[in-house]
Design a protein around this ligand. Structure first.
Ligand SMILES: Nc1ncnc2c1ncn2[C@@H]1O[C@H](COP(=O)(O)OP(=O)(O)OP(=O)(O)O)[C@@H](O)[C@H]1O
Ligand SMILES: [Mg+2]
Length: 235
């Protein structure tokens, strides 16, 4: 737990979270009673074997999916008590996402992709361009501003996706296997960027990974097995 854990309120809380998927006549209990508290300024990894419910849990915590039972609180707000519009607002204001598939907008240039979330929150054109250019330099992509995503390597695309996530200065970043499709060198760049968001900007990161080595960049590792958390430990 981070040093300020005892003083601060959790920024993300899960209470008795369950998620059941129903497919024709089968029933999959992907998450089975998870309780967790994540504190501001922590970097937490969620680890576990394929199919144990990591992505499902992350999507519940991020408000991208609804639990079958239980509650998620983000910055003290109960997501279940919010309408879809209010939840979208909260996500836009506080939360950033990094997925394994980068889902960049293919018809926009690199700099336009990074500006996009700033446009959504109404930042003016000039400020938004300046912040996007600055963010791209922080992820080592100066010179690629006017390229389109198809002209980039996988690692470069992932860095654009990270720049797009970080440019709004989110309080909480949810990342699902952000290094999954990258070679180890590029993967460690991505981990450093997430680590810097915590250490230099005070963000909170919740990262799903199945890689022990990647998980060690975190302050704390949560282990998920068959939809349940087992031990907590320091990284
Ligand atoms: N939309 C869905 N409909 C039905 N079942 C699903 C759905 N999404 C996930 N599942 C099932 O829920 C379980 C947990 O899936 P989840 O994607 O959370 O696992 P994971 O730990 O992220 O795995 P991986 O490491 O392979 O990404 C699996 O048994 C999966 O088949
Ligand atoms: Mg997954």
């Amino acid at each position: 737990m981070s040093d300020n854990g005892a003083l601060a309120h959790p920024i993300v809380q899960g209470r008795n979270l369950h998620k059941v998927y129903r497919l024709r006549n089968t029933r999959v209990e992907a998450v089975r009673g998870v309780d967790l508290d994540i504190y501001p300024g922590e970097f937490v990894s969620i680890m576990g074997p394929s199919g144990c419910g990591k992505s499902t849990l992350l999507n519940l915590l991020a408000g991208l999916d609804e639990p079958t039972e239980g509650e998620v609180f983000v910055a003290g707000q109960c997501l279940g008590g919010l309408g879809e519009g209010e939840r979208a607002q909260l996500r836009r204001r506080l939360v950033g996402f990094v997925f394994q598939s980068f889902d960049l907008l293919p018809l926009l240039t690199v700099v336009q992709n990074v500006e996009f979330p700033l446009a959504l929150v109404g930042t003016d054109r000039k400020t938004r361009r300046e912040r996007a250019i600055d963010m791209l330099s922080q992820v080592g992509l100066t010179g690629k501003e006017d390229a389109v995503p198809d002209e980039l390597s996988g690692g470069q695309k992932q860095r654009v996706a990270i720049a797009r996530t970080l440019v709004t200065g989110p309080d909480v970043i949810f990342a699902d296997e952000p290094t999954g499709s990258l070679d180890s060198v590029t993967g460690s760049d991505i981990l450093s960027l997430l680590r810097a968001a915590v250490d230099e900007s005070g963000a909170t990161v919740v990262m799903v990974t199945h890689d022990e080595h990647d998980a060690r960049v975190a302050d704390r590792i949560l282990r998920l097995r068959d939809g349940r958390l087992s031990t907590r430990e320091a990284a």
